[in-house]
Design a protein around this ligand. Structure first.
Ligand SMILES: [Fe+2]
Length: 306
């Protein structure tokens, strides 16, 4: 296959990018802990047709994993909370997709519900939202990132108002994707380099959407625009580095990638929490090291999330 880009890899021999890889290059890529690989199918082979079907998740084992970590009551309450936010999040997403509009009321309603459930049942809510079937992916990812940010914000000792803005930002961070072509978003697996460029316009598009509301707090705008910046300056859209990236966006980057890695999809083996944390810790330059350390100690090691 022709390698267009490797994301999240430790320094790699640069000849791998922009070339056809051999089996030994594949070994090296696997040990580099790259988060994603972009291939160009015009210049090399495609993935096997049924590759996505392999290693699919076993729903029964997902359910038994949940039951081993949480009580039936916690799981039931988490499901109810997610159900209850569904109408407002759906409204938020469809208003953006169909009319390029931002429904602040719908977002606010959902955030209040996530905030109250996360007070007592954050771990179960985040765990239940890991399973993202067909059309629920966007809804559940928004919800999970919001719940992670609310919980992380509280564990960092932030005020409830600051926590609410994190929750709102988490919910709308990817709203810019709603105005991208639906085919592109639904395309499973591989993306071409051109398609990746289009996807990379979503932070600016989301920022524009949310900015329609007068007096939108800066934290929410920053989360939309800067959640794909990386601590070493290699992110997008502006290549900001270190403390030039607003702290709320550095928090979002951690919660966004954590949920993406641990997500359970019908065609993808889910990463365990330990694998996700190990990979994120080895993605040198991606995340704010202090915040990542805090995420690990205040969210993972203390058992807030499983
Ligand atoms: Fe994003």
């Amino acid at each position: 296959m022709y390698i267009e880009e490797l994301e999240g890899a430790e320094p790699l021999p640069s000849f791998i990018v922009g070339s056809i890889v051999s089996p030994s290059d594949v070994e090296r890529m696997l040990s580099s802990r790259a988060i994603s690989v972009v291939i160009d199918t015009q210049k090399g082979l495609d993935v096997e047709r049924d590759a996505r079907e392999q290693g699919g998740v076993d729903l029964a084992s997902f359910a038994s994993g949940l039951r081993s970590k949480f009580s039936d009551k916690q799981i039931r309450l988490a499901r109810v909370a997610i159900q209850e936010t569904r109408p407002s999040v759906r409204d938020l997403l469809s208003a953006a997709r169909e009319r390029g509009a931002f429904h602040l009321d719908a977002a606010g309603t959902a955030v209040e519900r996530v905030m109250s459930e996360a007070m007592t049942n954050a771990g179960a809510m985040i765990a239940v939202a890991k399973l993202k079937e067909k059309d629920e992916g966007t809804f559940l990812h928004s919800l999970a990132v919001s719940a992670l940010m609310i919980t992380f914000g509280r564990n960092l000792g932030l005020s409830e108002e600051a926590v609410r803005l994190l929750g709102l930002g988490g919910l709308v961070h990817d709203l810019g994707k709603m105005v991208l072509p639906t085919d592109l978003l639904r395309k499973p697996g591989k993306l071409t380099a051109e398609e990746v460029d289009v996807i990379r316009t979503h932070p600016a598009r989301g920022h524009d959407l949310v900015k329609q509301i007068e007096d939108m707090p800066q934290a929410v705008l920053d989360i939309c625009l800067y959640h794909h910046e990386k601590f070493d300056g290699t992110g997008y859209p502006h290549g900001l580095a270190g403390s030039a990236i607003p702290r709320v966006a550095r928090i979002t980057a951690i919660c966004d990638v954590y949920d993406a890695l641990t997500t359970v999809r019908p065609y993808k083996r889910a990463w365990s929490q330990a694998e996700a944390i190990e990979t994120m810790s080895h993605s040198h330059g991606h995340f704010d090291p202090e915040l990542l350390k805090a995420f690990i100690s205040k969210m993972v090691i203390n058992g807030t999330i499983h």
